[in-house]
Design a protein around this ligand. Sequence first.
Ligand code: NAD
Length: 467
Amino acid sequence: MTRTIPIRNPRTGANDYAITPLDRGQLEARCRKLRAGQAAWLALGIEGRAKAMLELCDAVDRHYDAILAALCADTGRYEWSVNEIEGLKGITRMRCATAEEALAEASGGSSDPTLRFQQQHVPYELVGIISPWNYPLILCMIDAITALLAGSAVAIKPSEVTPRFIQPFRAAIAEVEHLRDVLDVFEGDGETGGMIVDLTDTLVFTGSVRTGRKVQERAASQFKTVFLELGGSDPAVVLDSAEPDFAAEIIVRGSVENSGQLCCAIERVYVQRGVYDAVCERVVSRMQALRMNTDDIKEGELGPIIFARQAEILREQIADALAKGARVLTGGKVVEHGGGLWCEPTVLVDVTQDMAIMRDETFGPIVPIMAFDTEDEAVRLANDTEFGLSAAVIGEEAKAIAIGGRINAGGMWINDFDTMGGVGARAEKTAFGCSGLGGTRYGYGGFRRFLRKKAIVIRCCRSLSRM
Ligand code: NAD
């Protein structure tokens, strides 16, 4: 039976778009087609595959206006939609430049002179990608790029919250010879996501812990490896040695990027007592200078909360914090404009670790700030979480690095925020705790997780070689 899913516009609240997911039979047929194309794709070699990936960048440029318009409608924000398209091209070029080295096969001998081996890489035939709504284009492609370069075919299922970009993006893919046979993007919700788990050999899931658990269970019962890239409640620690305005700039940038709808957003701030008042004051004034893009999508720094349920979560977390004794220094409300929902840039103080805003993922432009006295206390507070995605430490460099070394998280930003983009070609990081599972998305490991390893071990046998 055909299912149609209405899609809400985050700026108007109106359902002005719809998707009709493929049924199981149709999806199976499309995945079979991808599998059929994979051998020829692999045979192209790394150079040939990289050439096709770079051609995709050109095709995206030819469809730039349509993809940008769709992303703007999907997310209600302009600047980060441009950044997503530019980011996709930048990551693709960076990955193409390092693919050869990352995918190099090894060969070698052993302590036994008659024994040697060849290390072969065998890519999974079909990799599945299930992605979320906060960066619809980048997050559906970030792992697809490395999987494709590694030699796999890829089936992508983006979020049903933001599916408008799929059609213009598929039009770009269709223009790239070779790639169109091994890369497909499917509209659909969780039901389609479940089928993608069933129909692929391995999978990267980016999304919530709750859904990640379901995906993991479903894949495990089929003996499949999945890589989970999940949520966080990232802390920032500000030391007495930090310059308050410098710290405030990092905190605000890290908290409000994409209106806070970022997995590695700074969501908890711990400030050493000596600079606490100065940092709070500067964070407040920087937050008050931010504008919401309610009237003009190209104006202002804060877009709407893309997913209506997320706006409810923000309301619930603020209410919970206030009920438990927190104070609002600025903002504090989710407001409606023309049917869309925007969260005011918000600063909370007098917060405690038992509040939902400090324990759960927030995903909004909200900065809760708590004072601490000793470094041990800062480390304890930062680690008081089930997550472990990333963290920031701001202050004198050597001390900040030492404290960062004690915080349980895969990405550690010293005196900045989310600088992985600058080093991600080689640097690797994995998620700690409930923030994820499996190998690194970054560095060479980002390619290698799509390869099965085959050791061809050769006994050099004299009697046979004389034959
Ligand atoms: P979500 O878990 O609700 O949905 C993610 C995807 O899973 C969607 O495509 C959805 O359709 C699909 N899905 C839902 N049920 C499914 C099922 N039973 N089987 C298979 N697929 C299913 O997440 P979301 O609300 O779209 O995204 C927000 C979350 O993503 C946040 O927690 C955020 O931190 C996380 N995230 C993590 C990263 C990262 O790199 N670690 C990046 C961005 C977002």
